[in-house]
Design a binder for this molecule. Structure first.
Ligand SMILES: NCc1cc(CSc2ccccc2)c2nc(N)[nH]c(=O)c2c1
Length: 383
């Protein structure tokens, strides 16, 4: 098997003159990622209702996400390893990023127990009992084989008191050292390199966030993530936190804001120096008939679209958004047709990739600030 020697590289290509927005290029053994980038979430080894070919040809996705918690439970590590890793299993040949599983387990409120060792939990599928530790989730992500893997962290609930946030952050930092020790003492299983991103925590407390950002930066990994945001705090609080954390995270490494967000959150995040985003919103909301378009947000179930035979979004381009009408998609959603989820998911993801692609264009052109302010209003307008 050809052993790859490359590890993940980041090239900062341009920084905007009026904001902290950046255009860059991430290089992995599975290909390049042009930033700012949005990463479609593929929880159970698939981006829900979307074919691989549509991800490539229509949505123009560059990197997709996998979920350690879900993949560990189903199909399980034996199948994934015998398939040769997630890339071989689902046929996605580009870069993949996996979350460490902690966040997903923490949302299993009543069936998990956190301790210094790790997190004991019961499977939401069959109630079987499991333990995730920093070491075990590193080993699991080695088997899944994602190009970028995330450290095992605790996403503190919001709101939480200062003492809880401090204890949680300190445990996340001890877990990070255990992740690094395990990751750096093991190899990739499939002949290509993987990289580990640490995650800044500290809830909404500035001194804790600064302490966490400094500790994360000190680890000198190839990229850094900001967690624990978009968990219910006011958007202004999220932006304020990102702003001063990004002054600490090194500019020569990509910055990933986890689980964010609306088009407005993404544009503001880009302006604050974030390079990578993921969110279930475009796919989850699509299945409920909420469409993000270049002209604003559409609730396709609304009566007003019943006899609107115009394309879903002519300006966006792409097959799903221009071939099908609003009236037809409304009909499919009302009938709970499978095709509704497919069309709406492809459309919303195409829109999200279009949005970050346009942001990159305007950063390179030098007029990002003006474009961003107009685009926030345009895309968040309720049609
Ligand atoms: N914005 C909330 C959020 C979402 C995710 C999930 S991001 C994700 C989801 C699925 C697949 C890949 C990444 C998080 N993951 C971790 N590890 N830590 C967090 O603080 C955190 C906060």
């Amino acid at each position: 098997m050809k052993m790859e020697i490359c590890c993940m590289k980041y090239e900062l290509q341009k920084t905007d003159s009026q904001t902290k927005a950046r255009a860059g290029k991430i290089t992995t053994d599975h290909g390049e990622i042009l930033t700012p980038i949005f990463m479609p979430v593929g929880t159970a080894a698939t981006v829900k209702a979307v074919h691989q070919r549509e991800l490539v040809d229509e949505i123009k996705a560059q990197i997709i996400l996998g979920n350690t918690y879900h993949l560990y439970l189903r199909p399980g590590l034996d199948i994934l390893e015998r398939a040769g890793g997630l890339h071989k299993f689902n046929g996605w040949s580009g870069p993949i990023l996996t979350d460490s599983g902690g966040y997903q387990v923490f949302s299993l409120k009543d069936i998990r127990k956190i301790s210094e060792e790790g997190v004991k939990f019961q499977s939401h599928i069959d109630g079987s009992r499991h333990l995730f530790t920093p070491e075990s989730v590193m080993d699991i992500q080695r088997v899944i084989g994602a190009d970028i893997i995330m450290a095992f962290d605790e996403c503190a609930p919001y709101p939480c008191d200062y003492n809880y946030a401090k204890k949680s952050m300190e445990m996340t930092h001890r877990w990070l050292k255990r992740c690094i020790d395990r990751f750096d003492s093991t190899e990739g299983k499939y002949g290509y390199s993987q990289t580990l991103f640490p995650i800044v925590q500290g809830s909404v407390y500035k001194d804790l966030r600064i302490q966490s950002a400094e500790f994360i930066a000190e680890q000198n990994r190839e990229g850094n993530a900001i967690g624990g945001l978009a968990v219910g705090e006011p958007a202004e609080k999220m932006y304020e936190t990102i702003d001063y954390v990004n002054d600490i995270l090194p500019k020569e490494k990509p910055r990933y804001l986890m689980g964010v967000g609306t088009p407005e959150n993404i544009l503001e995040g880009i302006a604050l120096g974030i390079d990578m985003f993921d969110c279930v919103m475009p796919t989850r909301n699509a299945r409920n008939g909420m469409l993000f378009t270049t002209q604003g947000i559409i609730n396709i179930k609304n009566e007003k679209w019943k006899d609107d035979f115009s394309p879903i979004d002519e300006a966006l381009g792409g097959y799903a958004s221009t071939f099908y009408s609003k009236a037809y998609l409304r009909h499919l959603v009302k009938c709970d047709e499978i095709l509704a989820a497919q069309i709406a998911s492809i459309h919303n993801l195409t829109f999200y990739l279009w949005l970050v692609g346009k942001a990159r264009e305007h950063i390179l052109a030098g007029d990002f600030a003006t474009w961003k302010n107009a685009m926030v209003k345009q895309t968040m307008y309720r049609l």
